[in-house]
Design a protein around this ligand. Sequence first.
Ligand code: FAD
Length: 422
Amino acid sequence: MVPPPVGMVRTSWSTDPWTLGSYSFLGVGATPALRVTLSRPISDGVLLLAGEHVATDSPSTVHGAAESGNAAADRILDDVDGPERVVVVGAGMAGATVARRLVDEGHDVVVVEGRDRVGGRLDTVQPAGWGFPVERGANWVHDVGASSLREDLAALGVRTVPFDYSESVLGPDGKEVQPDTADAGPEAALADALEWAEEQDADSSVSEALVQSGATADPAELDRFLRSEIVTEYGADPGELSAWEGLGEGTEGNDLLVVGGYAALVKDLLDGIPTELGWPVATVAHSADGVTVTATDGRTVTGDRAVVTLPLGVLKSGAVRFDPPLPETHRDAVDGLSMGVLDKVWLRWDERWWGDHGEQWTRTAPADDPYIEWYDLAGPTGQPVLLGLVGGTMARAWAARTDDEVMAAALASLQAFKDAGW
Ligand SMILES: Cc1cc2nc3c(=O)[nH]c(=O)nc-3n(C[C@H](O)[C@H](O)[C@H](O)COP(=O)(O)OP(=O)(O)OC[C@H]3O[C@@H](n4cnc5c(N)ncnc54)[C@H](O)[C@@H]3O)c2cc1C
């Protein structure tokens, strides 16, 4: 039996009221043009939106959120003649990036944040006994060449390690499959399905394209491949993701695992900038003359401009009212983009019970196993820890489960690897 862990950290991002999901994706019919629409200025440039969902190059990532913050700062700096007062809503990567740029150029900035901490989806915690900072949100710098995150983290003394996703796979019979004999069928089937979709007059989901195109692969292997390549990458099911556009947004290139505390980035950017925590925004009133931002308890801040970095899930929920409402183009873009879900379970033992089987473990799993991938992070963290990922509709369903249920499911999933001689 897998020994009982001595610690667990789990997330439920779909029910976190400050984000209502993990990151955005393109569902059937959506295109990257919706993100461009969201980046367009409102009320003569007095109101701008930013955040990972607004990023045009690398949406759904930390560096995409920074990119969107930089783009908003560029627009404001192009527009203004003299120092202005700018209200930034949200103290995540996008908000911190725009705030720092504007303050460095001599503007008066106030950041208002609903949570009692900064960082947003950069959520580093240090539970007692863990011995390293545990990431509840983002963990990797994707595509290191695409941003300055590696250098920024290094300058702060935050440790990162190269990560090559060396993989071990358990086949349908519960035995380890050698990587060089792994079935290439699912990858070919997906390529055929996407090619078929390209030739159609209307977009479809990836699942529909697989069925309609007649692409064939071993069903169990195809399921494992799709769960690992799509559900954890996009936080969406193949039945939700656009066959035309959805997969075009994945990250490529080399990744780094952040093991020294990702949230330090945001703390550093906001150092010295007035930041109001526990300040849940209820209304953003905007006109060509300026903005008034009101909290749920009636407190207000005013400014010449506002940059609103509310997550897509929060924008979709309507929890924050815009007065006047966002332009129809922007509302359509909010409706047209989708919010995906990726959740984590970190488990820690006093002693490592597994051998060396690479950084990433996947298996041809029964339908009731929520855990798609397990990461052996004992090496990088120096602690006997495993990280499990669950995504898409399965993650939404599991968000309501108790910690005991999550623990039981995680141990049942890991038992398959133990039984295979791990
Ligand atoms: C589990 C998980 C794993 C991920 N893994 C990676 C990864 O490995 N690599 C990667 O690059 N990306 C990853 N991401 C995505 C990445 O974390 C995000 O794209 C990025 O951090 C988003 O930054 P942001 O500034 O757009 O939004 P946020 O960080 O969400 O910032 C928005 C802020 O607005 C605040 N807010 C919300 N509502 C209100 C309100 N009413 N009033 C005031 N404030 C409000 C929120 O509290 C939050 O602080 C992951 C995300 C999750 C959830």
